[in-house]
Design a binder for this molecule. Structure first.
Ligand SMILES: C[S@@+](CC[C@H](N)C(=O)[O-])C[C@H]1O[C@@H](n2cnc3c(N)ncnc32)[C@H](O)[C@@H]1O
Length: 272
């Protein structure tokens, strides 16, 4: 575990979702408080690390499709997380070196390690914006310094929306946040999203919600119908909203599967 430098705004006193996720993925940028919390979640659900890896593989397969056959050259990844190779820009620019990628996260630890997100190609561009998803206008303004919103953009909200409440005061809840981001997208844009499932037969989810809430974070599992509503205005690409391992598995590289259910909904939609 690498300790972040002092005075960087990182809250070392409680677990943070980005660092707990890094723990699940076997990364090195979490703190003891995150490892301890993550271990308690794994005690509830031993498949949590497997689910995190599959979520990551879903991102990789979706990006291969988008930068490949879908021809996308602009990517906006909100809730990007601590760098974990291969990051989105590595996949996109490996296919299209001219691809332009903007990462957004609100956790200071992601900013501390943002260099790992900024080593893109000279032909393309990579940028990191420290911002909260609940401030979509700020995100769009800063992203517009790198991306041309008159042209299609692939918006990734992968394992982000379950950290957003249904009701967040004036700004609205998770669905309003997503709607404000997607309203800025030109025709031909895409939305890539995964969300913790609330209607799977997984008793541990309620307990996990309690633990995240007690630790100071929001965790909101959602039904299939509520997750589909994030895609309003988009047509879901085949195979629709599925568990991450089931989204176009033929695009996978080096994945390990044991058939365990992953309680996440994952999908990719395209605007008209
Ligand atoms: C589970 S990680 C997912 C990382 C990456 N998208 C992936 O799927 O591999 C969730 C990320 O969302 C970020 N996040 C949570 N709430 C956020 C918010 N309100 N604004 C911006 N980022 C947020 C966390 O800091 C964390 O890095």
């Amino acid at each position: 575990m690498a300790a972040p430098p002092p005075d960087d705004g990182v809250d070392t006193g409680r677990p943070h979702p980005a660092r707990v996720y890094d723990y699940f993925l076997g990364g090195s940028h979490h703190l003891p408080v995150d490892a301890e919390f993550g271990a308690r979640i794994v005690a509830l659900d031993p498949t949590a690390p497997y689910g995190a890896r599959h979520n990551r593989w879903f991102m990789q397969r979706a990006t291969r499709h988008l930068a490949g056959p879908a021809g996308m050259r602009q990517f906006l990844d909100v809730g990007s997380g601590i760098p974990t190779e291969p990051n989105l820009h590595r996949i996109a620019q490996g296919i299209a070196p001219e691809a332009r990628v903007v990462y957004v996260d609100h956790d200071p630890i992601v900013r501390v390690h943002a260099a790992g997100l900024l080593d893109g190609t000279a032909a393309g561009a990579t940028a990191f914006v420290a911002a909260d998803a609940r401030d979509p206008e700020l995100i769009l303004e800063r992203a517009a310094e790198v991306l041309d919103f008159t042209r299609p953009v692939a918006l990734s909200l992968i394992a982000l929306t379950h950290f957003l409440d249904d009701d967040q005061g004036e700004g609205g809840g998770a669905h309003a946040v997503v709607a404000r981001l997607t309203a800025a997208l030109a025709p031909g844009s895409h939305l890539v999203l995964s969300q913790l499932a609330g209607d799977e037969d997984t008793a541990w989810v309620g307990e996990a919600v309690d633990r995240y809430t007690t630790s100071g974070s929001t965790l909101v599992p959602r039904s299939r119908a509520a997750t589909e509503r994030f895609f309003d205005g988009f047509t879901l690409l085949d195979p629709g909203l599925v568990q991450p391992p089931d989204w176009r598995p033929e695009l996978g590289v080096g994945e390990v599967r044991d058939g365990t259910r992953v309680p996440l909904y994952a999908g990719v939609g395209r605007t008209a």
